[in-house]
Design a protein around this ligand. Structure first.
Ligand code: HEC
Length: 111
């Protein structure tokens, strides 16, 4: 059984079914930040599950009062942190731009 698995894993490349290989990212990716990938990379951990009391993406009732605060406030809270929401979702490498794109993506799924 184990041997079989090893044999499978060392098959010549041509024989291995690699499934669907994701298309390479377009070269000019830096031009526009992709909010969905920022969300999936950093924000989803809490905002998909509701961890720590995070408003879940798709939960319109949870987002409504937050959206009503206005984008400036949401952005300020997401960048600077707000209660259990860590600054930039805990990913200091994100640009303000990327955080904004992620919020826009989250809101687009939640209203
Ligand atoms: C460690 C968990 C965690 C991660 C990761 C996280 N959040 Fe949050 N977020 C929270 C929690 C908890 C709240 C609710 C805070 C409260 O109101 O008590 C929140 C609230 C928010 C709000 C609403 C703020 C408001 O004013 O009501 C926004 C916008 C937001 N997060 C954006 C993001 C973005 C964008 C990311 C990714 C870059 C992210 N969050 C990643 C936990 C997280």
């Amino acid at each position: 059984m184990v041997l079989k698995a090893i044999e499978e894993s060392i098959k010549p490349v041509g024989q291995v079914n690699v499934g669907s290989v994701p298309a390479p990212a377009p070269a000019a990716e830096t031009a526009a930040v992709d909010g969905e990938s920022v969300y999936k990379g950093t924000c989803m951990a809490c905002h998909a599950t509701g961890a720590a009391g995070a408003p879940k993406v798709g939960d319109k009732a949870a987002w409504k009062p937050r959206i009503d605060q206005g984008m400036d406030t949401l952005l300020k809270h997401a960048i600077g942190g707000f209660k259990a929401m860590p600054p930039k979702g805990g990913n200091a490498n994100l640009s303000d731009e990327a955080v904004k794109a992620a919020i826009e993506y989250m809101l687009s799924q939640s209203q």
